[in-house]
Design a protein around this ligand. Structure first.
Ligand code: BTN
Length: 325
């Protein structure tokens, strides 16, 4: 985790925008020495930040580094809970695995584990998640809500809404959600969400939400078997997308939706989710672990469970499945 001085320094630059901040002003604001300010500014430069220093005026940030660092995410971050504590790694087996470890060590709610690369990324239904270096967002968020165990899947749906809203804000694209948690653009998957729990009896200790977002991969960077079914935001938009800006936006939208959820329950989230959902009202095939259900998707229950009406009018409740439209 980063030092408090560094966090406050980046908050100060965030609030200042293009305005120069003097070393003395920063030292007074943070409550440290000018030498400490200078030391942290040098560290930011080593990480790839370009800082302009002008005599009698002070410093301002001109450019942020290409690879995402915790500091770059922090620059411009407006949340109070989500992402205030970031654990960043260059390469991990799986951020999900690391998050489980941190969650059991009582790190604060809202902590996020982000990696540039996952050597063994996990997908749903024990699949692998392709997570190459510097191109996507591979992160896991730790939450500790006081909700019953059976409501945990609602947070997967909430996450999908937050990601879609952030994508709309940052890219201008309009992704859709395929139940329960795939985000699609032009029919191709650009994001997957994996929600896991640490719980005893009916008490949730923590919920770990893993998000895998394809941001800047080129088509040929996907394994051949994924090229027709997966895509990235930059392929669909035709330009490189700032991963740090997208992460900050996800945190912002998530925080808003999460406090709405804790205050008002799932209903408002459900309405938003239905507005983005592509599968509702359509005839589809749901492959569960044990059988295949074919019928019309009627909607989701208050628990986020998919309701499908088959040809004989029987309504099935589907908790987990792969959907074919
Ligand atoms: C899916 O199968 O659709 C879910 C994919 C979830 C992938 C993310 S990437 C970050 C986090 N760490 C993992 O190992 N998996 C999740």
């Amino acid at each position: 985790m980063q030092s408090e001085i560094r966090k406050e320094l980046l908050d100060a630059f965030t609030n200042a925008g293009d305005v120069y901040l003097s070393g003395q002003h920063l030292a007074d604001l943070i409550g440290c020495s000018r030498t400490a300010v200078w030391k942290h500014i040098e560290e930011l430069r080593k990480e790839g930040f370009e800082l302009e220093a002008v005599r009698n005026k002070g410093y301002r940030i001109l450019k942020t580094p290409e690879k995402i660092t915790a500091d770059e995410i922090r620059l411009g971050l407006t949340t109070e809970l989500i992402g205030r504590n970031i654990h960043y790694e260059e390469s991990v087996e799986s951020t999900q695995k690391l998050a489980h470890h941190f969650a059991s060590e009582d790190v604060p709610e809202g902590t996020v584990i982000i990696a540039e690369e996952q050597r063994s990324g996990k997908g749903r239904m024990s699949r692998k998640w392709h997570s190459p270096k510097y191109t996507g967002i591979w992160m896991s968020l730790i939450l500790r809500p006081n909700i019953p165990l059976h409501n945990a899947p609602q947070l997967t749906l909430l996450t999908a809404v937050a990601i879609v809203q952030a994508m709309e804000e940052i890219t201008g694209l309009h992704p859709v959600i395929k139940w329960p948690n795939d985000i699609l653009l032009n029919g191709k998957k650009v994001t997957g969400i994996l929600t896991e729990l640490q719980a005893e009896a009916d008490r949730i200790h923590s919920i770990i939400i893993g998000m895998g977002i394809n941001v800047n991969q080129r088509k040929e960077e996907f394994p051949i078997e994924l090229q027709e079914i997966a895509s990235s935001l930059s392929i669909e938009k035709g330009e490189t997308i700032s991963r740090a800006a997208l992460i900050r936006s996800i945190f912002k939208h998530f925080e808003k939706l999460y406090s709405l959820y804790l205050e008002k329950g799932f209903f408002p989230i459900k309405l938003l989710w239905e507005g983005y959902a592509v599968s509702i009202g359509k005839v589809l095939k749901a492959r569960t672990l044990t059988n295949v259900i074919e019928g019309t998707a009627l909607g989701i229950t208050d628990e986020g469970v998919l309701k499908i009406e088959d040809q004989s009018g029987v309504i099935h409740h589907v908790y987990s499945a792969d959907i074919e439209l």
